[in-house]
Ligand binder design. Structure first.
Ligand code: 5RP
Length: 295
C-alpha cells in the first residue's frame, strides 16, 4: 500500500497558463467523443488535415478486379505509402499482415454483384467483428435516387448507430447508379444526406463544375474516390483540384493499383494530398520513382 505520509503537496499548477482547450482539426467533428476523434486522427493526418486512403474493396461486388487479382501480392508494397487501408474483412484476414498498424476502414456492406442491381445492399459485418478487426471506421454506400435508396440509407444509419456505441466512425460512400447524373446538384444532395444522417465523413466523386459547392454544403469532411483508371497525369490533376477545392483527401483504388507503377503513383498522390505538390511536379515525381524502380 502506498505510504500516505510520503504524499507531497503539489507545487506546479501553472497558474499563469489557461487550461488547454484546442478545437479538433477536422471539419464538423468538434463535438465527437475522444475515441471517435482519436480514430479520425489516425485516418486523417492531423498536420495536413488530409488522408490518402487506399481502396481495394472492389472485389466485394465485382470479383477479381484488374490490378488486385492477387491482393496478397498487389497490396503489401503499397501499405507503407498509404495512410489508410479500405477493404473487406475477407481481404483483411486473408491477405494483410496483422503486423500492419495502418488504420482500417472496413467495408461493411454486401449483398449485390455487378450482375444485379447495385443498390440492393445489406449490412454485412457485425459490429463485434469490426471491433475484433480493430477497425478505425466502418463504411457502406448510400444510393440516393436508386431503386434501393431507402434500404441503402437504412444500412448506413445502422452502421452509424452501432459504431457510435463503441466510438467507431462511419464513412458514407455516395454510390452512383449507372444511369444517374454525376453533377453538383446530385452530389450536393447525396453528401448532405450522408452528413445529416450522422456519417462522420463522406466519400464522393470529383466533378468539374461545382465541386467547391458540394464540399461547402457538406458539414463533415469529403474524400474523393478515384473512379475509373485515367492517365497518371490526369489522376494527379484531379486529386490536386479536389483538395484545392476543399476535399480532405482521396480514397483511391484503380488509379493506384492499375497504374504502370502503383508504388510510384501512391507516393505522387500523397505528395499532392499532403504537400499540395502541383500536378506537374507530382507527375515528374511519379516518372522519376517509376524509372528508379525499373532500375
Ligand atoms: C467501391 C468503392 C471503392 O472503394 C471506390 O470506388 C474507390 O475506388 P476507385 O478509386 O477505384 O473508384 O467504394 O464501391
Amino acid at each position: 500500500m502506498a505510504d500516505l505520509d510520503d504524499i507531497k503537496e503539489g507545487k506546479d499548477f501553472g497558474l499563469d497558463t489557461p487550461a488547454r482547450n484546442e478545437p479538433f482539426f477536422l471539419k464538423g467533428s468538434n463535438a465527437l467523443d475522444w475515441g471517435m476523434q482519436n480514430r479520425l486522427s489516425r485516418i486523417f493526418n492531423p498536420d495536413s488535415g488530409r488522408t490518402v486512403m487506399l481502396a481495394f474493396d472492389h472485389g466485394y461486388f465485382q470479383g477479381p478486379t484488374t490490378g488486385i487479382e492477387r491482393m496478397d501480392l498487389a497490396i503489401p508494397p503499397l501499405i507503407p505509402h498509404a495512410d489508410v487501408l479500405m477493404c473487406t474483412r475477407g481481404a483483411l484476414r486473408s491477405c494483410i499482415s496483422p503486423t500492419s498498424t495502418k488504420p482500417i476502414v472496413l467495408r461493411s456492406s454486401a449483398g449485390q454483384s455487378i450482375l444485379t442491381e447495385l443498390s440492393n445492399e445489406l449490412v454485412a459485418v457485425d459490429i463485434d467483428d469490426a471491433i475484433r478487426l480493430n477497425a478505425a471506421a466502418i463504411t457502406a454506400q448510400i444510393y440516393v435516387g436508386a431503386e434501393y435508396e431507402h434500404q441503402s440509407i437504412a444500412n448506413v444509419v445502422k452502421l452509424i448507430d452501432t459504431g457510435s456505441r463503441y466510438g467507431i466512425p462511419t464513412l458514407a460512400v455516395t454510390g452512383v447508379g449507372a444511369d444517374m447524373a454525376r453533377d453538383a446538384r446530385y452530389f450536393g444532395l447525396a453528401t448532405r444526406i450522408a452528413a445529416e444522417i450522422g456519417a462522420h465523413y463522406v466519400k464522393s466523386y470529383f466533378i468539374e463544375d461545382g465541386f467547391e459547392k458540394v464540399v461547402a454544403g457538406c458539414p463533415v469532411p469529403i474524400v474523393i474516390a478515384g473512379g475509373k483508371k485515367l492517365p497518371e497525369g490526369e489522376a494527379l490533376e484531379m486529386a490536386y483540384r479536389a483538395v484545392d477545392q476543399g476535399a480532405a483527401g482521396v480514397d483511391m483504388g484503380r488509379n493506384i493499383f492499375q497504374s504502370d507503377s502503383p508504388v510510384a503513383m501512391i507516393q505522387a498522390v500523397g505528395a499532392v494530398v499532403h504537400r499540395n505538390e502541383s500536378p506537374d511536379n507530382a507527375l515528374q515525381m511519379y516518372q522519376d520513382l517509376k524509372s528508379d524502380m525499373e532500375g
